[in-house]
Design a protein around this ligand. Sequence first.
Ligand code: ATP
Length: 292
Amino acid sequence: MAAPSLASTSERCHEIAQSYLQIEEPLSQIIRETQNAIKLTQKLLLNEIFPRWSPFNGEISFSYNGGKDCQVLLIIYLGCLWEYYKTNMNGQEFPLKTLKAVFIDQDKTFQTLEQFVESTKKRYSLSLYESDRNHTKALSMPEAFHKYLGDQPETKAIVVGIRYADPFAQDLKPIQRTDDGWPDFLRLQPLLHWKLAYIWSFLLYSGEPICGIYSVGFSSLGDINHTLPNPYLAKTNDLPLRYQWEITHGCEGVVNCSPLSSQDSHFQNNEYLPGWYLLDDSLERCGRIKKN
Ligand code: ATP
């Protein structure tokens, strides 16, 4: 089947976000707060970001690694792209065929995640720059971005799906320059105010494919040697599912997880609940092993 165009994908993502915003009953506290979080992200993109860095001329790139946070931001970003186009260029042809994105393949990642990135690259029409996959001489993040900007010098700003709950993120701002030691570009961070519960409520409602590794006890994805299923998701903890309404009444009516790769199939051991059973932001990275 031919991949959908960026225009039709953006329109679909706009419909997903609008559909979530129109939920009226039952309005759980999580859904109400998520609606407010979506509106703030949309406002940042449409009123603060797109008028300063055009989303249509290569100035903006999207940092994408297949994780849940950047996927949520990608859906909202594409929806805003559609709205911005309809408001400013209606009647003209949609000006982009692909969305410029960058994946820094730093360490060895889960094969399921790599396959998910590959399939969503087509699904969301990403023109994805992938950094050198030679793991024996992996570049640091700043080095990899330096190389990226050398290859794509028109890039002025990069969208990042970081949240306040992430390490060292509590003082970040939605728009800010990179720190010392990094190549100079603007970091666009319109997801900072999102809590873990908002991410899952929206993503499960969207019916979009979710990386399969989240279905077997993972709540945040680092490299393969430093990421384990989150112990707080052990089935013995008997956690409730908080998003049944979103799943049943959402855009597809089911959870749509990508298949586990052969390398990752041993995680299918039934001992852990899926990542979306975890509500507490402070426990999200408890499956991550600290690097020395
Ligand atoms: P998860 O926490 O479940 O792994 P995530 O990967 O989306 O989800 P983080 O790991 O917290 O979130 O990373 C924050 C953001 O930084 C991502 O949303 C993405 O925009 C960017 N990012 C992180 N790692 C990479 C990478 N290797 N390449 C490109 N962008 C990245």
